[in-house]
Write a protein that binds this ligand. Structure first.
Ligand code: ADP
Length: 578
């Protein structure tokens, strides 16, 4: 590249110089020769005019011999060939030859021209002296009558010698010019190619990662501007790379300092980044570049990765790795190639939850027998006692014992549901019939509270597979609440379905659950108004049990609050198509 660029400029330059010289030199020689011939012709013409005066008396007096002698003397003195010809073309005198031996010159071009137009010239080969010569002829006249022609001539080799000398000088000068031009071309080509070569070398260094490369060019032309831009560019790249490496270092230290396991999985499934925590979790120190399925041999994890790619979303799921439970969060990066995975160890939380549940279950279990005993003795005392004051206290003890028994029972039910999620005893059930049987339980209470009941059956409701006792529990709780928290109006129960789901709505015209409580209403022991709930015999566990049972049936429960008009609980259960 370096050579070719230099050679191209240099050869191009040289070619132009040679072409110019090849055209100008022959033209210059031709012009100089013409010019020289013109000058010689003019000199010979002047000579003719001067000699005319000297030789005309001899010619007029016909002194031919004397004329020839004079001509020979003058020819030698002037170093010019002189010839005198009479109008008939006979040579009368000649400075070089014996005129008597010379042929007639009547047909010589210059003689014809001189006689016809008063001046004749020609450059031609001389038959007499066997050389190329320049001839100039002029007539000699007396009263308009031509009595002779004087011809002067010059050997063209004299002109040629002169021209050759000139040519040699010009060639010498030309050689000097060519040498100077070649040196100039060399320097010029080098001055153009050198900075470009420097730029090319610097660019390749930058391409190899050396961003400190600089190009220093002293010329003030565009190449200098290019070099300045190049230097600016390398400065910028350098700054950018420094910033990037700082950011990378920062990121690396952040990644390695976080307690959660973190790894980045690229589009081919290889782990590109990981932190200490992650490597510790999977008990593998060299995971970089490894395919994730070779490192984490868990079907659940594999499914999670596929799901993230498919749904292009963040997904959080629990996975078990090396006897520990992790909350695994997988997020597809904005470049849509990498997945960032974090593993948060929740083993302690889960263990704690289990201990808590076990504790609650055990306590509830232990409380059941003494509570039953207390209730039994209270009832015995109530029967045996006639004292009104004692009766009042016994009533209070009885009411609170009932409440604690209800709480204990609900807690035991909840822990049973949580402990064995597969405990559903599925049967084919018709929800219309199930609901009618349940509603019978509430006849008396509805009458007591003077509440209307509206039941909207759906006669085309498909038969579903569900646990009838648990579903009863759900609807008993919901209808019980509806009656409990409604003072006037009606309770409306509606069944409906579509291809996929059956919907059961329990709507009342009672007090509304304020909006801010809606998100927490299904939590254990969460009550809106604890004194009212306690007064009505509530435990704060009813809706938690409801939600649990509905979830076990792969269903969903939702609340719609109609301010001033009541509450609507909507249960949706999936229709099994088998
Ligand atoms: P509780 O045994 O206290 O009724 P739940 O878990 O069944 O406990 O209900 C939790 C709380 O939700 C109740 O204390 C009550 O404030 C509110 N709630 C439940 N159902 C209704 C309803 N139909 N209308 C108004 N409030 C309700």
């Amino acid at each position: 590249m370096k050579n070719s660029f230099f050679v191209k400029i240099f050869c191009g330059y040289l070619f132009v110089v040679i072409i110019i010289l090849a055209i100008t030199f022959p033209l210059t020689f031709k012009a100089i020769r013409h010019h020289h011939i013109d000058i010689s012709t003019s000199n010979l013409k002047n000579l003719c005019n001067t000699l005319k005066l000297k030789i005309s008396p001899l010619l007029e007096n016909n002194q031919i011999k004397k004329l020839d002698t004079l001509i020979k003397v003058l020819g030698e003195q002037l170093n010019t060939r002189l010839t005198i010809i009479n109008p008939e073309g006979i040579v009368l005198a000649d400075s070089e030859k014996d005129p008597t031996l010379m042929e007639s010159h009547k047909n010589r071009i210059e003689i014809i021209q001189a006689i016809q137009s008063g001046f004749g010239t020609s450059l031609r080969y001389s038959a007499s002296v066997k050389e190329e010569m320049l001839y100039v002829a002029m007539p000699m006249e007396n009263n308009g009558k031509i009595y002779g022609v004087i011809r002067t001539s010059l050997f063209s080799n004299e002109i040629n010698t002169l021209l050759n000398n000139l040519k040699m000088n010009i060639i010498k000068i030309a050689i000097i010019i060519v040498v100077v031009l070649i040196i100039g071309a060399f320097l010029f080509s080098r001055s153009v190619s050198k900075p470009l070569n420097e730029l090319a070398i610097a660019s390749s260094k930058v391409a190899k990662g050396n961003f400190n490369t600089k190009v220093f060019i002293n010329s003030g032309n565009e190449v200098k501007e290019l070099a300045d831009s190049f230097n600016y560019m390398t400065d910028q790249i350098n700054t950018l790379f420094t910033q990037l490496s700082h950011q990378k270092e920062e990121l690396n230290s952040i990644i390695s300092s976080i307690n959660e396991g973190l790894c980045v999985i690229n589009k081919d499934g290889a782990i590109s980044i990981s932190n200490d925590s992650f490597r510790k979790t999977i008990q593998n120190d060299s995971v970089k570049g490894e395919l994730y399925w070779n490192v984490i041999r868990k079907t659940r994890f594999d499914e999670l990765m596929k799901k993230v790619r498919c749904e292009q979303n963040s997904i959080v799921d629990e996975i078990e790795l090396n006897d520990r439970i992790f909350l695994c969060s997988a997020t597809l990066c904005s470049n849509e190639d990498d997945i960032v995975v974090t593993l948060h160890d929740i083993t302690k939380v889960r263990n704690l939850e289990k201990t808590k549940k076990d504790f609650v279950t055990n306590v509830s279990h232990e409380l059941r027998t003494p509570l039953t005993a207390i209730k039994g003795f209270v009832e015995t005392l109530q029967e045996a006692n006639n004292n009104d004051e004692n009766m009042h206290y016994l009533d209070i003890i009885n009411r609170h014992t009932d409440r604690v028994i209800r709480i204990v029972n609900d807690l035991l039910l909840l822990s049973k549901l949580e402990g064995s999620p597969d405990s559903l005893e599925l049967e084919k059930i018709n929800l219309n019939n199930l609901m009618e049987n349940i509603l019978k339980i509430f006849d008396q209470r509805l009458k007591d509270k003077n509440l209307a009941l509206k039941f909207n059956r759906d006669d085309k409701l498909p038969i579903i597979k569900a646990d009838p006792f648990k579903l009863e529990q759900v609807f008993i709780n919901l209808i019980d609440n509806a009656i409990k928290y409604t003072e006037r109006g009606e309770i409306e129960i509606s069944l409906s379905h579509n291809n996929e789901t059956i919907t059961i709505e329990v709507q009342d015209t009672g007090i509304c659950i304020p909006k801010e409580h809606l998100t927490r209403i299904f939590e254990r022991f969460y009550v809106v108004d604890s004194s009212r709930s306690r007064k009505l015999g509530g435990t704060g566990l009813g809706l938690a049990i409801v939600k649990h049972i509905v979830n076990l049936h792969n269903g969903n429960i939702d609340i719609k609050n109609i301010p001033g008009a009541g509450t609507n609980f909507i249960v949706t259960l999936p229709v099994s198509h088998s």
